[in-house]
Every structure is written in structure tokens, then in C-alpha cells.
Design a protein. Structure first.
Length: 199
């Protein structure tokens, strides 16, 4: 049996290859290799929402799918990326109802979005990691650090503005941010509301 490699979702970044698309970065759990997977805007947003724990006013498609499965006692056991061909990743979802297991074919972006919501493991084969995996060079990492520092400065300014807002105004801003699909701002507002609730 071919060796399996456990993966974790490292994050989403703008694609340098395809305009208007994003790169989902998966990393091997016990190693330096990363697998970039090109995903569309809706899928990228859904993955970011799950990663950041943003609550949307109404369930998104991936939320609905996860809730539906759980309501009928069906558990997503794992996601397995089983093939890489001509730049495309092929995945399957392994479901179990306690008595039988069923594999369902899926786009990798959808599989990851659902896996994040139900907190199941993600795997691929060693062969796919060898084919598609990359090790980030120091220069790229330094560039990312510079970007992160700029983002931190902006986030600190936004954080201060949010601290000065009344709670009702924050809730209104949260609704507007979600409606406009500005999920990064929604996350910051949500964090501020949770901080106040914890007091």
C-alpha cells in the first residue's frame, strides 16, 4: 500500500499564476513541503470563513452540506487527494454511517472546505507530494514576512477604530462586511465582539 501523507491547511494566498484566482496552500504535517492548489474566489472565501471561524447570517453551501450529513448521522471520516493529473487534483470524501463506508468523488476545494467545517483529517499520497510539493525558499518567506508586517500595521489601526465603536454599531458593521464579502474585516469585528462578551 502506498504511503499516505497527512496534510494541514496552511492558508490562502492570491495566485501568482492565474488572475482572479487563489492558491490554497496545504502543508505536510511532518515536513517542509507545501502543495499549492488553485481555487476560485467562492471556494477561497468559503475556506477562509472556516479557517477564521467567521459566522455568516445564513449558511453557505458547504455549511449546509456538513449540517445535512450530520443531521442524518453520516460522518465525514477523511478527505483523500488521490490523483494529480495535468495540474488538476482529484479528491474523494470518505463517509461512514457507523455500518458502512462510502467514497464520494469531489473537487479538492469543496472537499477541503467541508473538511475544515467538520474537522476531519486530510491525506494524500507520497507520490503526489513528490510531484506537486514545493519547499519554500528563504527569499519567498522573507517577502511574506514583509507583507505580514504591513498587514499587522493596518490591522492595528482597524482594531483601534473597532475598540472605539458602540456594540450596536459593531453589529451593523459586521452585517455589512459579510454582505460585501469582506470576510477579513468581518473576522476583526467578530473578534472585538467576542472580546467584549468575554469581559
Amino acid at each position: 500500500m502506498e504511503k499516505r501523507v497527512k496534510l494541514k491547511v496552511q492558508g490562502i494566498t492570491s495566485s501568482q499564476v492565474q488572475a482572479g484566482a487563489y492558491a490554497l496552500i496545504l502543508s505536510e504535517e511532518d515536513g517542509p513541503r507545501r502543495i499549492p492548489i488553485i481555487v476560485g474566489t467562492p471556494e477561497a472565501q468559503s475556506i477562509v470563513i472556516a479557517l477564521e471561524g467567521v459566522k455568516t447570517p445564513r449558511p453557505l453551501t458547504h455549511d449546509l452540506f456538513a449540517t445535512f450529513a450530520q443531521a442524518f448521522g453520516i460522518r465525514l471520516v477523511e478527505v483523500y487527494i488521490y490523483r494529480f493529473e495535468e495540474g488538476i487534483f482529484f479528491s474523494e470524501l470518505m463517509f461512514s454511517d457507523g455500518e458502512r463506508s462510502i467514497k464520494v468523488d469531489s473537487r479538492t476545494s469543496d472537499a477541503i472546505a467541508i473538511a475544515l467545517r467538520v474537522k476531519c483529517d486530510i491525506y494524500t499520497s507520497e507520490d503526489i507530494v513528490r510531484q506537486a510539493g514545493i519547499v519554500l525558499e528563504d527569499a519567498i518567506e522573507e517577502e511574506e514576512k514583509r507583507k505580514d508586517l504591513t498587514k499587522v500595521d493596518m490591522d492595528e489601526e482597524i482594531d483601534q477604530l473597532l475598540v472605539d465603536m458602540e456594540e450596536e454599531e459593531l453589529k451593523e458593521q459586521l452585517e455589512q462586511a459579510v454582505e460585501q464579502e469582506d470576510y477579513e474585516l468581518a473576522k476583526l469585528i467578530n473578534d472585538e465582539l467576542q472580546r467584549r462578551e468575554a469581559k
